[in-house]
Design a protein around this ligand. Structure first.
Ligand code: G
Ligand code: MN
Length: 393
């Protein structure tokens, strides 16, 4: 007998899909069963496949919130599967598992935007944590309200635009120093904060703006504030300004009347790796225009993985910022050390400066220096705050 699915009144009202579907791929039956069991127990709807070709066919038919796949499989391997998945569904996070961690596959996984690279046998708790985050990310990318954090849900389905307007009015910037190897100040990164009565994290703000089609407004407001910091009481010299890939298309960046253009030579535009730059039309031309105007370009969060190393080719950055997941405990983890070393080596050859961000301990800093990072940023040195404060070195 086929049971009717249980009806969830909230789901009906908001037209939200509550089922979370994960596709698991492994050519070996034992791990395949084990992983599927762990995920099913946690309430996911799991589809299994013992080869990547079949998995890809399943993926083009059905809607999945995450894919968990082994890397080494006969025929199509996990990396090829990852590439195939990207062609079918650019939003779905892919978690890759390997029995034999190797620098080449880790780099390839990074390059093709794997969500996470995990070593087998996986710890069930860790897998569930990663899966939960991946599934949440997928639904956020799809604009699924139900999966948003409570703070973001505040804005739905009430008047989101009014709240967004209020958020923009309460927008402010904090500044975090970026320091050279010799401890001298290189620049500040401007970071958004929103001080409404209800605390809203910058990520929530960006999610909200994305869903309300207000990214342009948010970016302009933030850039206006950033421009003001060049003529404040403690004027900054060089400023890193975060910009969302879609903002690259905003002509205001190149408008002589716009906020930032007149300071372009002092500005490094940080383009996050967390969103894809592949869909930006005329990207190359736009990058050339921005560079001609004097802006420097940085890739932010490298290693957090969306488009991976392809952004080197697409953006031709002056500066690359290693994501803090690569920085965290780098002194204890050899794979991270090797990844950082390959990035700094590549960057040295390409004349790209490497910033290690999110540095929290002296041990991390020492190893990152040895590995060839040029600039350092993180709580160890200073928390984000007003510019011109003393920092630790
Ligand atoms: O994506 P982006 O790299 O721009 O994000 C930087 C965020 O990380 C900011 O919100 C900032 O407050 C935070 N941050 C800065 N330094 C550190 C650090 O050393 N550790 C942690 N956990 N977060 C940091
Ligand atoms: Mn940044």
């Amino acid at each position: 007998m086929q049971l009717l699915p249980k009806l969830d009144p909230y789901a009906l009202r908001t037209n939200v899909r509550t089922e979370r579907r994960i596709l698991v791929v492994d050519d070996e039956p034992e791990p395949l069963r084990a992983i599927a069991r762990i995920l099913r127990h946690a309430g996911y709807t799991v589809t299994t496949s013992d080869d990547a070709q079949t998995a890809l066919r399943g993926l083009s038919r059905g809607h999945f919130d995450a894919v968990v796949s082994d890397i080494s499989m006969p025929g199509l391997d996990g990396i090829s599967l990852l590439r195939g998945v990207r062609g079918i569904d650019p939003e779905v996070p892919v978690i890759l598992l390997t029995g034999v961690p190797a620098i080449e596959t880790a780099m390839q996984a990074l390059d093709h935007g794997a969500y996470k690279y995990m070593v087998k046998p996986v710890n069930p708790e860790q897998l569930l944590e990663v899966a939960a985050r991946a599934v949440r990310l997928a639904s956020l990318r799809r604009g699924d309200v139900e999966q948003m954090p409570a703070s973001a849900r505040l804005f739905y389905p009430t008047d989101g635009h009014a709240t967004m307007k209020r958020a923009l009015e309460h927008l402010r910037l904090v500044f975090q120093p970026i320091v050279r190897r010799d401890g001298s100040l290189f620049a500040y990164e401007a970071l958004m904060r929103c001080s409404m009565p209800e605390t809203v994290s910058p990520d929530t703000l960006i999610e909200m703006a994305t869903n309300l089609n207000s990214l342009k407004e948010l970016g302009r407001r933030a850039r206006g504030l950033a421009a003001a910091s060049f003529s404040s009481q403690q004027p900054v010299d060089t400023l890193f300004v975060n910009i969302h890939p879609t903002e690259l298309q905003d002509d205001e960046l190149l408008d002589p009347q716009g906020a930032l253009l007149r300071h372009a030579r002092q500005v490094v535009l940080e383009i996050t790796e967390r969103a894809s730059v592949r869909n930006i039309s005329n990207l190359q031309q736009r990058m050339d225009e921005l560079r001609a105007a004097g802006y420097r370009i940085a890739i932010d969060d490298l290693g957090a993985g969306y488009s991976g190393l392809t952004s080197f080719v697409l953006l031709e950055p002056d500066i690359v910022k290693l994501d803090m997941t690569l920085v965290r405990d780098v002194h204890r983890q050899e794979v991270k050390q090797r990844l950082v070393r390959s990035v700094t080596k590549l960057c040295a050859e390409l004349d790209i400066t490497v910033v290690a961000e999110g540095v929290e301990t002296c041990e991390e800093r020492a190893v990152l220096m040895d590995l060839g990072c040029n600039l350092f940023q993180g709580y160890l040195i200073a928390r984000p705050g007003a510019p011109d404060r003393p920092y630790f070195w």
